[in-house]
Each structure stands twice: as C-alpha cells, then as structure tokens.
Design a binder for this molecule. Sequence first.
Ligand SMILES: Nc1ncnc2c1ncn2[C@@H]1O[C@H](COP(=O)(O)OP(=O)(O)OP(=O)(O)O)[C@@H](O)[C@H]1O
Ligand SMILES: [Zn+2]
Length: 492
Amino acid sequence: MSLSVYNSLTRRQEAFETVEPGKVKMYYCGVTVYDYCHLGHARACIVWDVVRRYLDFRGYQVRYVQNFTDIDDKILNRARKEDSSMKAVAEKYIDAYFEDMARLNVKEADEYPRATHTMNGIQRLIHDLEHKGYAYPSEGDVYYAVRQFSDYGKLSGRKLEDLQAGASERVDVKNTEYQKKKDPFDFALWKAAKEGEPAWESPWGKGRPGWHIECSAMVRDRLGDTIDIHAGGEDLIFPHHENEIAQSEAVTGQDLSRYWMHNGMVKVNGEKMSKSLGNFITIRELLDKGVDSMALRLLVLQTQYRKPIDFSDRAIAGATNGWHTLKEGLIFGERYGKKLGWKEENTSSPISEAVERFKETVDNDFNFPGGLVILFELAKDLGREGNIIVHEGKTLTASEKLKQQWQTLVTLAGVLGLEAESVATTNEVNNTESGNNNSNVLSDADIEELIQRRKEARTAKDFAQADRIRDQLQAQGVALIDSKEGTRWHRS
Ligand SMILES: Nc1ncnc2c1ncn2[C@@H]1O[C@H](COP(=O)(O)OP(=O)(O)OP(=O)(O)O)[C@@H](O)[C@H]1O
Ligand SMILES: [Zn+2]
C-alpha cells in the first residue's frame, strides 16, 4: 500500500517517489497580498495544509514553503488608493492572512519567503538566464526568450503556434512592453523603474522583478533545484507555472519539481471566485457571520481537491450539518468518558482496521472525501451510543471499544485538521463578536428527541403533527428513513 499522486505534468496518477527517500520538499504559490483572503484562497490553503499533514502522518519529513507575493501592480494600485505604500499594504494583508489561517486551523509553513526578501536570488537567476542565452535586456527591462526553451508548454499542453493564432487578434502593438519584446510571447523577468514606484538596484538599472521569476528564485533559495511537490491553484498552470518551469529548468538543466499538483477553483455561479472579479466573500466575513471554521474545512475536504466547488449558502448549510455529526463524535470522550469509567492514563490505540482503511483510501491521490466517509461512520456510531446513554443510561458497545472508536476518530480527524476544541474557542470569539450562536443547527440529541415526538404523534394517529415534525427536520437538512426496525436518520 503506497501513496499515488495525480501529476498535472504527465496528466497521470503516479506512484509517489521522492528525491530523497522519506523526505518531501513542497512549495505552494501563496497569495498576492493586497486584500483579505477569500474562500478560494481558503480552499487552496486548506487543501495544501491537509496534503502536508497527511504526508506527515504517512511518515514523511515534510519541508513546506509558501511564498507571499509582495511586489505586484495590484499591491501598488491598492497603495495608491489607500494613500499608503506597497510595503505597508503588504504587511497589513500578511498579518490578516495569518489571523484568518489560524482561525481555519491551517498549520504554519516552515518558511514564508517574500519577493522583497529574495532580491539577490532573483537577480542571480536572471543573470544566469541571460548568460545562457534565455534572456535579453531591453530598455531597462529584461525578457525571457520563450522560443529558446524547447520544452515550453509541457505543463499546460499549450503549443506556441496555437498561442500565436489566438494572440494575433489580441496583441496591442502600441503597447510599450510589446515594442520592447523580440517576440510577443516573451515575458518580463525584470521591469525598469517607473516614476514613484518602489525599485531595487540591479545590473540592468533600477527596477523590480516580474511575478514568475519570484517563485523560481524562492524555490531555489529555500528548497534547491529539484523539489518533490509544487502546488497551487489550477488557474496558475498557465502562464505562471509554465514560466516557472521555463526559468528554473533553463538554468539548472533539472526538473523543477517531480510532481505538479493543482487544486480546483471555488466558483460562484460557475465563475472563479476572484478578487479581480469582485464576486468573493472573505474568510473573515463568513466566520464573523457565525459559520463554523470547521464546517468550512469540511466543505473544502468533502470535494476531491482537483474538482471545482460551487459556493452557496446551501453548500455551507450542508457542511455545517456534517460538521455537527463529526463534532458529536469528537466530543464523545469529553462528554461521556468519565461516566464510562475511562481512565486517562489508560489510553488505548486507534483501531488498526479503520486506520488502514483510511490510509488505503487517502493514498489514492489524497482522496479526502473517501477518508471522511470513515470518519463519519465512527462519528455516527458514537453519536448513536451517546443518545442511548442519554435516554437509557447504558451503551450497546463495551466501554473499552467505544474509547478505541473515539480515539480513532480524534486521531484521523486530526490528520485532516478537524478539531472540536479549536472550534469551541472560535465559536466563543464569533459569538461575542456577532451575537450569533448558530442555534439553527440541530444536535443529534435534538434530532432523536424530535423523532421520538413524531413516533408518539403517529401512535396517537396525529399524522398532521407527525408530518410537521418530518418537514421541520427536512428543512434543517435531516432526512428520515422509516423501516420495520424503526426510524433511521441522516444529515443530507
Ligand atoms: N477561486 C479560487 N479557488 C481556488 N483557489 C484559488 C482561487 N483564487 C485563487 N486561488 C489560489 O490561491 C492562491 C493565491 O492566489 P492569488 O493571491 O494569486 O489570488 P489571485 O488569483 O490574484 O486572486 P484573484 O484572482 O482573486 O484576484 C493561488 O494558488 C491561487 O491559485
Ligand atoms: Zn508561484
């Protein structure tokens, strides 16, 4: 049993074999810091956080680097608008990033390089590219000569000829950058300083780096010439990652990354959620409204990481329901452990069958939705036992076995960063901030109670009342299944 990963570069699922056995070097193209993070960023950060956690769980020693793009036209525009500086804008949104990610229980990366801190590495790389004939200076700018790199297009599958056909209609020949390039496909590695913009000294004159070269330099500086996983959203495949490959591999002559992994987009009505399009909701807005941060994590993990997620209130409500079921299981020990005579020092190990099944499932290209099914099975069992304890003061399963189930659930949920405790804290903060207590979510005990009342109504032949209870449950996302054995329920 071993891990296999879908590689965007080969478009195939491959056995995961790292450069150095047991070690993973992983780089994720992080945010451009000019605004608060939205749910698209949340998805990307949660997915890569969980990939990293899972690799760790599978025994790899992971070195995880995530950058901040802190030089960019968008940041400059924001600075102008706010009558501030690029540095101040970047600092503000980097701080906000850390606040948001802590609320989502995203573990900190090992390093967070920034473009402004990597100026030597950036210039070294441009110099090497120029030296090897892949770059040329032009009026204070430096461009990458795309046609020099024969592998150009290998990641995105785009051929220069196809691009040419598409681009010929769109090219703006009056554009000054166009006039400075030898070929319209060439892209800027270095941009000459413009009046009033931050600039750095360089062999090509004062200026600032282009976006793509930042990442090539940061990967090389922090992780070396060949890494194991290069991650980012699928919107970055072209041109960003294609250009990173062209830059890095032209200099080193080695693969930049063994595996290229891309998360699918969060969409709104079929369109990418994006700062530029203005169709976004920020992480803090959503959490401040009282949405549980763990429900948000669940929303992300319930969809395979490469598929799109359509964001809607309904999707959030579904994930909130799901989280409630998991949470009931996660707090089982806290709630009933003493009653069941569990002794803390006598901790039992997780159920190996469930752990093995979890590994086997998730090993298949990080199948987190499949892994969650196992978590839900455990949580539902525990929830059911909890109800029996409440109503009948006993359990169906031996106490020691329940303890093992609970520990398995806590362990596996932890691998996915799902923790009931951190939620309790978050909710406390949210509730004091917004006065929202999420009271519209039914607990398992509430549901059992309503089912019991419905049963009584039916026995009394009050079918209208019984139907009302069913409708009420349905409206809150709880479906009932009647059978000879009684009524079962599940959250939809
Ligand atoms: N809607 C989305 N769904 C999933 N991932 C996203 C989404 N938007 C951005 N990302 C990912 O988040 C990371 C940081 O993105 P970045 O700061 O470049 O955002 P951006 O694309 O400039 O934002 P926007 O498009 O909203 O202006 C990248 O890996 C990117 O692919
Ligand atoms: Zn990048």
